[in-house]
Design a protein around this ligand. Sequence first.
Ligand SMILES: [Zn+2]
Ligand SMILES: [Zn+2]
Length: 116
Amino acid sequence: MLSIMDIGLLWTEEVDGEVVAHLREHNFVFGEADAGRGCAIISLARLGLPPAEGKPAAVLFRRRALTEAVHEIGHLLGLGHCPKEDCVMHFSNSLADTDRKSPEFCERCRDQLPVT
Ligand SMILES: [Zn+2]
Ligand SMILES: [Zn+2]
């Protein structure tokens, strides 16, 4: 059985009441996928903060969670990171990056998916 350790999760810690996941070489992660083993995780710990202007926190939280989940599924389907900032496969180094992305694949990434 696979565990979160199998995809490199090193430790979690509580920061300001939130459990934050850490991976090697990262301060924190929104998610991680191991396409070879067919498993992925996302962390919701940092997706609720801070609320962005003009958007209800719950709506924003769900959109961020969806975006990060689709991103990791994209990795499981063999996609790498995309240079387009609004593509779901763009790397998120901050919540601002996640908020800039769409939860959808750009045309180039969509064309690389093994499903239609
Ligand atoms: Zn990624
Ligand atoms: Zn793309």
